[in-house]
Design a protein around this ligand. Sequence first.
Ligand code: ADP
Ligand code: MG
Length: 197
Amino acid sequence: MYRIAVTSEKGGVGKSTLAFNLAGALSDRGKVVLVDEDTRIQSCLTWAGLASVPFRVLSPEQTRQGVQQADFLLVDSEGRPSRDDLAEMVGSFDRVLIPCGVSRLEIGSTLALWRALKDPGGVVRVVITKAPPVGRVGHDARDALRAAGVPCLDAVVRRYAAHERAAEVGGLVRDVRDDRAGEAWADVQAVAAEVVK
Ligand SMILES: Nc1ncnc2c1ncn2[C@@H]1O[C@H](COP(=O)(O)OP(=O)(O)O)[C@@H](O)[C@H]1O
Ligand SMILES: [Mg+2]
């Protein structure tokens, strides 16, 4: 079982959106279980309750009985994990994805977080999210972080209304009726391809 955590120190960066859709994209490659550890907001549990998705979403209590026979275990972490919690995740997951927006402040705080974390196993990857679909802002943010030594995925998740629509109606962004749903889904698939590489 390949264990992936999606986490960040900040809320609202697109953690749940990425975890949920990534669970959908990885379902093409194996059996996926997604654990919604954000017990306050429960985004993933809510979205899965609104539409049909090709994976199971469990609460932390449900996983206490164990997660059987999944190929991928994804965790949407609690809203604001402490640095100790983050360090523990880095020590216990195969991949830790940290979404980061494109603003100077977000890039700065991600850089500070990376410098505070120890990652001897090389499991951490920052993934740029909510990048403007037009222009190079997302790629520039990624390249700036890389230049500072932060490991980043090549894939950049662009900002599309289709993601917000999916958050309203539940389900995966690929199933939303929106002209740009295909582009939004392509970004998620690119993340999935890199995560399993
Ligand atoms: N790629 C994206 N494009 C557009 N909106 C997004 C994207 N990712 C997330 N959002 C929106 O940003 C808000 C916060 O996203 P969410 O996934 O709940 O963040 P977190 O789990 O980090 O708090 C939601 O309204 C969501 O629809
Ligand atoms: Mg969330």
